[in-house]
Every structure is written in C-alpha cells, then in structure tokens.
Design a binder for this molecule. Sequence first.
Ligand code: C2E
Ligand code: CA
Ligand code: CA
Ligand code: CA
Length: 279
Amino acid sequence: AKDSGRNAYKFFTPAMGEEAFKRMEMERALRYAIEKNQFKLLYQPQVELSSGRILGVEALLRWTHPEWGPISPSVFISLIENTNLILPIGEWVLDEACKQNKAWQALHPGFPLRMAVNFAARQFAQADLVETVAKALQKSGLAAEFLELEITEGSAMNDIELNIRKMQALKELGVSIAIDDFGTGFSSLAYLKRFPIDILKIDKSFLDEIQHGKKDAAIVATISEMAHSLGMEVIAEGVETKYQLEFLRGHGCDMIQGYLFSRPVPPEQIAEILQKGGK
Ligand code: C2E
Ligand code: CA
Ligand code: CA
Ligand code: CA
C-alpha cells in the first residue's frame, strides 16, 4: 500500500503534469500547423557509392512553432504518428515532396532524383493508400519512378497477405518501396523476400559500432550480401565517418546517406548540388 501510494504521488508530481500538459498543447497546435504554414521539408542526399553522385533524397519533416521555436522531430513526430494527425500531415508531406521533386526536374531535366518519403504504420495501413499516392503523383505531375515509399518492418509484418497485395498495387503504379531502419525489427530477410521490396536501408545503429564491434560489422556485411542476392538495393543511413564509408564500399553497399556527405538541407541547396553536376 505504501508503494502504490508513493507511485500515485509520483504520478501527480508537477513535472509530470507539466509534461502531459505540454503534450496536449503541442497536439492542439499541431492540428493547425498545416494551415498556418509551420511545416517545411528538408532533404537529405542519398549518394551512390561508386560515383559519389547524388541519386536521390529523403524528405524529412520539420516543425517550427511561432512561440516555441523549432521542435525536435523525435518529439513531435511520435506525437503525430500515434494519432490520426499523421494522415493529413503525411499527405501534406507527400504532396510537397512530389511537387518539389518535379520542380527540381524542371530546373535540371538531365538529372532526375528519386524522392524518398517516410510512411508511418498508420498511413500504410490506410485502405486508400494506393489512391492517395496516385493522387499525389497526378497533382504534381511527377513520374512514379521518381517516388519511393519508406516503410518500417513493423508496417509490413502486421497483416502479411494484405500488405503484399498493397505493395504489389504500389509497384504497378510504378513507385519503389524501401524498408527503413532495417534490422531493428525482428523480421528476417527470408520473410521479407515475399514482399516486392526494392531497397533496404540499413539502420544507423549497426554502423555506429562497426569500428568496435565485430558482430555489427558482420551484420552489416550479411544484410548487404543477402539483400543483393534477393535483387534489392542497399542504402546505409547515418554514415558519419570515412571508416564507415570504406567499410560499406568494401561490402558492396550501393548508396549512403549521412552527415559525412550532407545533413538534411533546404531545397535550394539540393538545386545547387544538381547545378554542380550532382556532387
Ligand atoms: P529516419 O526515417 O530513420 O530518418 C533518418 C534520421 O536520421 C533523420 O532524423 C536524419 O536527420 C538523421 N540522420 C541522417 N544522417 C545522419 C547522420 O549521419 N548522423 C545522425 N546522427 N543522424 C543522421 P530526423 O530528420 O530527426 O527524423 C527522425 C525520424 O522522424 C525519421 O527517422 C523518421 O522516422 C521520422 N520522420 C521524419 N520525417 C517524417 C515524415 O515526413 N513522416 C513520417 N511518418 N516520419 C518522419
Ligand atoms: Ca526514413
Ligand atoms: Ca531510417
Ligand atoms: Ca529511424
């Protein structure tokens, strides 16, 4: 009884109350963030290892509140992903990313990029997902081959037969599908081979340790080898050091994304890279 009393007291500490209150306030503010133009997208280059050229970008959402300033994505994205707010906001991201990619292509027709857009589990689970994607392509005029959906292992695994059909419909549309944060879920490549997946993104957590841990190096090498044998492309994310770069080169990784090449940047800076021939 003493224990539960202490826990009950703990639950109502002012600090906890403040945090819950802050979360509610944020959620409220997020409902109006689209119409108030508080969102923007940054784009992080995805670079081909063999050529050093940018082949694609990942769109990353940013939110700046007029009073609170920029809010960390790790805070507000988990908030929206756990509510239906992710649906209108996710659609805004998709539309904006497609329009931006089309705009770069108009400026640099000889240098089309692939645009990767993150899809939360709740978005991927929508029955009208394929229509939503088709509509975004139609509205922007972007060709489907230049759009890639990043989903996580979790989104793919919860209703396997349904998700295979969904992915097939997306493939028929012409978009590519990437598995994000690969290796952090618990699905095996053997399972994933049933899905029409084009790209595996090896999670940053494995790269962090390759210099010190033999096991992580072996995991990265094995993921890369198996993905290739299944006909998938491999992207390593969170590449920060030359050591990681050389390791990845040695293991046939196709693309890298990370601070070593570039942080996520505003669209003008991607245009500048294209202007300079993609490097
Ligand atoms: P993610 O999809 O795994 O995106 C990669 C994250 O790693 C990004 O964080 C990126 O800025 C960061 N990153 C890239 N390279 C490096 C590096 O070399 N070192 C380090 N330390 N970090 C690196 P960000 O932008 O804070 O996004 C966090 C997460 O929020 C994303 O993780 C993604 O899950 C989610 N997110 C971002 N934008 C969207 C969106 O539009 N929709 C949805 N549903 N989720 C999004
Ligand atoms: Ca991602
Ligand atoms: Ca990721
Ligand atoms: Ca992640």
